[in-house]
Design a protein around this ligand. Structure first.
Ligand code: NDP
Length: 396
């Protein structure tokens, strides 16, 4: 029985609140904090209607460490689940250190004024968490998150040596808007417009944004164009999967999405450097975010499925083996269950499972951890129970 504080009342925060409320034997009390109280109130009402559970809500600006510290001291959680934005990661880790509370997030730190994400900023907290006997679990979403656990599962159960990993993320959902992003538009567009990067033979290889593609035959979804991108789990997996020769990340985009993105980029709407507009500075990407549909509003309109998985290649008992470990998730089923589309769902469920494993002591450690550093078995078991069943396909 444990109290948990969720920070960020967005698309993912809503799923985490609903999924934690479904497991009262672990999450005995839940508080949801965000900057905008009305967002918290809407989620609070939905959680009550769907699960019967009363959750507490609070207004908090997580960029202000003293505000979070005050909320933690008042609510006294055992764990803070950070599903606000990557900009808040370090502030929330600081608040956890000050109050002696464990920490979990789903995306690594990114400075607001530079489109760059990297684990080093959070790995630098290693000693501080260790000395205080606290645990910080990084990247407990789907990708990163479940993809890291799929790799750990492959290494534990299916391979003696892993040489190649390709992480493939396909969203064949249709929300009916000409252009929208499935999670926070600012973070999504910063990620997609960045240069591609993959790791091969001990070195990083850079590519022009979305310049490398392949047609991949996804289970259930069939052939889709998948584009090589840099994604944060590559950084930790390249470090933690021993013997690896190459790891890459691919994401599918429709031609329509790419056409809109190209135009927006060409006219400067995806820029993050402020420009002067009618006497005041505005960030074009933040203005674009204000115009685009709120990802949390896409749930009721999105139809179709996602498929995210890891294609792993290596040796078992001296023989070559290649397999795909994956999950298929249906947007409409997610909406029926928790009122959200599958992108928020596939992120929020693993955040709840990571929290559950920490609170029940199945995943325990002192310091800062990436998902693949922990035993994959209890996590894989919980995925099947809590809405993200996985499958394995042996390819050769
Ligand atoms: P949303 O934009 O829908 O939600 C983010 C929420 O964070 C908003 O409700 C916002 O509140 C709140 N927030 C922002 N700044 C602050 C602050 N300073 N203090 C308190 N609350 C704040 O985003 P998503 O729900 O789509 O994404 C949430 C996180 O999940 C992101 O970090 C994203 O990168 C990550 N993610 C991870 C994935 C994975 O698989 N690992 C996949 C998808 C997303 P307010 O409205 O009050 O400003």
């Amino acid at each position: 029985m444990s109290k948990v504080l969720i920070i960020g009342a967005g698309g993912v925060g809503s799923v985490v609140a609903h999924k934690c409320a479904q497991v009262p034997e672990v999450f005995s009390e839940i508080c949801l904090g965000s900057r905008t109280l009305t967002r918290c109130e809407n989620i609070q009402k939905s959680v009550k209607a769907r699960t019967g559970c009363n959750i507490e809500i609070a207004r908090v600006d997580a960029d202000r460490v003293p505000e979070t510290v005050a909320l933690i001291r008042q609510f006294k959680p055992k764990l803070v689940i950070n599903v606000a934005l990557p900009y808040q990661d370090l502030h929330l880790m600081d608040a956890c250190l000050e109050t002696g509370v464990d920490y979990l997030d789903t995306a690594n730190y990114e400075p607001p004024d530079e489109a760059k994400f990297c684990y080093q900023w959070q790995w630098d907290y290693q000693e501080r968490f260790r000395k205080k006997g606290l645990m910080a679990l990084l990247g407990s979403g789907f990708d990163p998150g479940v993809t890291n656990v799929f790799c750990a599962h492959a290494a534990k159960h299916h391979f003696d040596e892993i040489y190649y990993v390709d992480i493939l993320d396909a969203n064949a959902g249709d929300h009916g808007h000409p252009f929208a992003t499935n999670f926070n538009p600012e973070i999504n567009i910063r990620e997609v417009t960045a240069r591609g990067k993959y790791w091969e033979n001990g070195a990083w290889v850079e590519t022009e944004p979305l310049s490398v593609k392949q047609s991949y035959d996804f289970p259930v979804l069939g052939h889709k164009n998948a584009y090589l991108m840099y994604h944060e789990e590559l950084e930790s997996l390249a470090k933690n999967l021993k013997g690896l020769k190459r790891i890459r990340f691919w994401m599918t985009f429709s031609d329509n999405y790419l056409k809109h993105l190209e135009v927006l980029q060409n006219v400067g709407m995806t820029a993050i450097k402020p420009v002067l507009f009618e006497g005041r500075e505005i960030v074009p990407l933040q203005f674009l975010k204000a115009l685009l549909p709120d990802p949390a509003s896409l749930g009721s309109r999105t139809k179709g499925k996602t498929c995210i998985g890891c294609e792993v290649e290596g040796l078992k008992n001296g023989k070559h083996r290649k397999m795909f470990i994956y999950n298929v998730c249906d947007h409409e089923e997610c909406y029926r269950e928790v009122g959200s589309q599958a992108i928020s769902y596939t992120t929020g469920v693993p955040a709840m499972i990571g929290a559950m494993l920490m609170l029940t002591g199945k995943w325990r450690g002192e310091g800062v951890f990436n998902m693949e550093e922990l035993d994959p078995d209890p996590f894989m078991e919980k995925l099947n129970i809590h809405g993200l069943p996985w499958l394995e396909k042996v390819m050769s």
